[in-house]
Write a protein that binds this ligand. Structure first.
Ligand code: NAD
Ligand code: TYD
Length: 361
């Protein structure tokens, strides 16, 4: 494969993708990342002597910087992971989500459009811009409603989902209007190594090993579709190589537990791999105030990518959770690096004093 400009590569999915691509010697990577609170320098530390990996700190909203990077490195692919990605934070501070996810994506597209126009015909033929988006653009499903397909109308409910929906529309428009060879992935909730412990699964692991409450919003009946991050990385390389220009691909993990079932499963695995003599992790489960506008259910129909590109998830929820828990237990230093004043302030803002006291299950 030709070179890839990855944006947001120091975050969760981006760092997993870069490590995956480098371990396969798939392509040289240039990573443009603003290094917000959600990034962790330790995630890509193992590439510090890798000559096929270049890091540049910067904002996708800086189109001058992006264009000069594109001209300097001449990548064949751009994969856009850069975003503000946490729904709860978007409820407290939507502004940053509009800035990066909407305005930033627009500026990035402008730089890529300018670069694309300078390419020779055969380079144009092979160039791809892949935008990583979410199933949350489709809104919320009721029990029994069919899973999200690529034809499901957009109905975003949170400021995060609305900002991602806007970016998807911009990507679509740049293909339709300017002929930019774009691809979009709308994937479900990812989990796995290197995810910042504000999202459900790493938060539960982090709190459990610190014997803190496991805060479940509302009654814990909400449903998500959980995709192991490495399965997603495989799909990304497949879509880059074989995806149909202008198309979108839905990707899911093929399992849909309720949040309470999922957290209970995490506790059961922890009871096995890190047993405590005096309690079971389930006793830490604590029900807290619900998220405003909390989407009830997500479920992704991934039959298009299965039928056209032969992709399907390989991890079950049990095997993926076991790998994830093992990784966090083996990388406590990585977790410690996420702890900062910003993190503590966030916990207080979002959970009040729940993490300190709270009603146990
Ligand atoms: P993340 O929050 O872990 O990482 C985002 C990265 O982008 C960070 O390294 C951050 O520093 C960087 N970034 C933020 N603003 C930037 C800017 N203006 N310029 C350059 N870099 C910037 O996110 P993630 O979970 O890895 O998600 C990656 C992408 O996948 C996002 O676009 C997200 O919307 C999408 N997505 C994520 C999930 C999920 O479950 N994590 C599910 C569906 C879609
Ligand atoms: P999250 O990981 O934030 O992803 P998203 O909101 O993008 O789906 O949350 C996953 C589910 O877990 C969602 O239904 C909200 C719920 N949740 C909790 O119950 N407690 C928590 O502390 C968090 C962060 C999430």
């Amino acid at each position: 494969m030709g070179k890839i400009l990855v944006t947001g590569g120091s975050g969760f999915i981006g760092s997993n993708f870069i490590l995956y691509a480098r371990s396969q010697e798939m392509a040289e990577i240039i990573n443009l990342d603003k290094l917000t609170y959600a990034s962790n320098p330790k995630s890509l530390e193992q590439l510090k002597n890798d000559t096929g990996y270049i890091f540049q700190q910067g904002d996708i909203g800086n189109s001058t910087l992006v264009l000069s990077l594109l001209r300097q490195h001449q990548p064949q692919y751009v994969v856009n992971f850069a975003a503000e990605s946490h729904v709860d934070r978007s409820i407290f501070s939507p502004q940053e989500f509009i800035q990066t996810n909407v305005v930033g994506t627009f500026q990035l597209l402008e730089a890529v459009r300018a670069f694309y126009q300078e390419l020779l015909p055969d380079q144009k033929e092979n160039f791809r811009f892949l935008h990583i988006s979410t199933d949350e653009v489709y809104g919320s499903l009721q029990a029994g409603e069919p899973a999200f397909s690529e034809n499901t109308p957009y109905a975003p409910n949170s400021p995060y989902a609305a900002s991602k929906a806007s970016s998807d529309h911009l990507v679509r428009a740049y293909h339709h209007t300017y002929g930019l060879p774009t691809l979009t992935i709308n994937c479900s909730n990812n989990y796995g190594p290197r995810q910042f412990p504000e999202k459900l699964i790493p938060l539960m692991i982090f709190n459990a090993i610190n014997q803190k409450p496991l805060p479940i919003y509302g009654s814990g009946e909400n449903i998500r579709d959980w995709l192991y991050v490495e399965d997603h990385c495989r799909a990304i390389s497949l879509v880059l190589l074989k995806g149909k220009v202008g198309d979108t691909y839905n990707i899911g993990g093929g399992n849909q537990p309720t949040n309470l079932e999922l957290v209970t499963q995490i506790c059961t695995i922890l009871d096995e791999v890190l047993p405590r003599s005096n309690f079971s992790y389930q006793s830490l489960i604590t029900f807290v105030k619900d998220r405003p506008g909390h989407d009830y259910r997500y479920c992704v129909n991934f039959s298009k990518i299965k039928q056209t590109l032969g992709w399907e998830p390989t991890e079950t929820l049990d095997s993926g959770l076991r790998k994830t828990i093992r990784w966090y237990l083996d990388n406590l230093e990585w977790l410690r690096q996420c702890k900062s004043q910003n993190y503590d302030d966030w916990v207080v803002k979002n959970y009040g004093d729940t993490m300190g006291k709270g009603e146990s299950h």
